[in-house]
Write a protein that binds this ligand. Structure first.
Ligand code: CIZ
Ligand code: SF4
Length: 303
């Protein structure tokens, strides 16, 4: 099927199923074009909870569709590519976390939204890369077990030095591989550009940047800044919105390695198949869902 025909079919099926299509900022351009809303995982899950539709087609990775299901238990949540996972989320399991918690009985467990529903069910409170600093600051205990991203954890630890943050050894394979010589190279090529990076990058990269923040914070920063040139240190999918919102500005990717293969699995044909065959449905054990919801609710209360 040609792209135009495919989009037409998708829109018809969307109507028939009373569905909404949401896409993460890291999705391929075609998917972002056909989506009703684009955003980060939490914004999309909150949107899904409030939208008056029966079916949610979540174009992203597994933990994101789970978060949508946690907040929208009565809706059918579909993940078009069932193998679209997040290697960082897989670096912590519920069992390993239960063991680690025993070693730190006084610690509050803060888990990054990039984690499974099972892991969230064993945490006290969730955070995103937008609110991690505020959440850690607001938690009462001094000791905090932060899972699974060591890089986001290190960044928060630097910004909130009064807390004792115990790091997990997880990391995002895509952001972790950015090297400092890549910063040197782009700075030479674009000396007036501002460098905006995601805190999932390693600490030396974050230290060398002008700004560190979530995808939403990077998008907002670039829109407000009077600067014309930006070097972007997060997954390349954000370039779609950055370029669309700021046609008069220039965006350069910090590293050619900033591609998340899991985020790139979803295509227009996977969305078509998802709506046509109603697959792949995300379902959660109700006990896990309720416990995971508690840690998301605790975050929403504080942010
Ligand atoms: O929370 C999200 O959507 C992720 C994984 C990244 C971000 O910064 O938006
Ligand atoms: Fe996971 Fe990194 Fe891909 Fe985000 S970019 S989904 S953290 S592997």
């Amino acid at each position: 099927m040609k792209k135009d025909e495919m989009i037409k079919e998708i829109l018809e099926l969307k109507k028939k199923r009373n569905a909404v299509i949401v896409a993460h900022n890291y999705q391929v351009d075609d998917v972002q074009e056909v989506a009703d809303v684009i955003g980060d995982s939490l914004a999309l899950s909150k949107y899904c909870a409030g939208v008056d539709k029966d079916v949610i087609v979540f174009c992203g990775v597994h933990f994101m569709a789970e978060s949508a299901k946690i907040l929208s238990p009565d809706k059918t949540v579909l993940l078009p590519e069932i193998d679209a996972g997040c290697p960082m989320a897989d670096m912590v399991t519920k069992e390993a976390l239960i063991e680690e918690k025993k070693k730190h009985p006084n610690a509050t467990v803060v888990c990054y939204i990039n984690s499974s529903a099972e892991v969230k069910s064993e945490c006290d409170i969730c955070c995103t890369s937008s609110n991690a600093i505020d959440i850690v600051r607001a938690v009462k205990s001094k000791d905090i077990l932060f899972v699974p991203d060591q890089n986001l954890g290190s960044y928060v630890s630097k910004m909130v030095p009064e807390k004792n943050i115990i790091l997990w050894n997880g990391y995002c394979v895509t952001h972790h591989r950015v090297k400092s010589d890549e910063i040197d190279r782009v700075k030479e090529l674009h000396p007036n550009a501002e460098i905006l990076v995601h805190p999932e990058c390693q600490p030396n990269i974050v230290d060398a940047a002008d700004f560190a923040g979530s995808t939403k914070q990077i998008i907002d920063y670039a829109a407000k800044s009077p600067n014309k040139d930006f070097i972007i240190g997060t997954e390349m999918g954000v370039l779609f919105k950055l370029k669309k919102d700021n046609p008069d500005k220039n965006f350069y990717l910090l590293s050619q390695g900033l591609v998340c293969p899991n985020m790139k699995k979803t295509s227009l044909s996977s969305i078509y198949n998802a709506l046509n065959e109603m697959k792949y449905e995300i379902n959660l054990d109700e006990n896990i869902r309720l416990k995971a919801k508690k840690s998301l609710d605790n975050m929403l209360e504080l942010s």
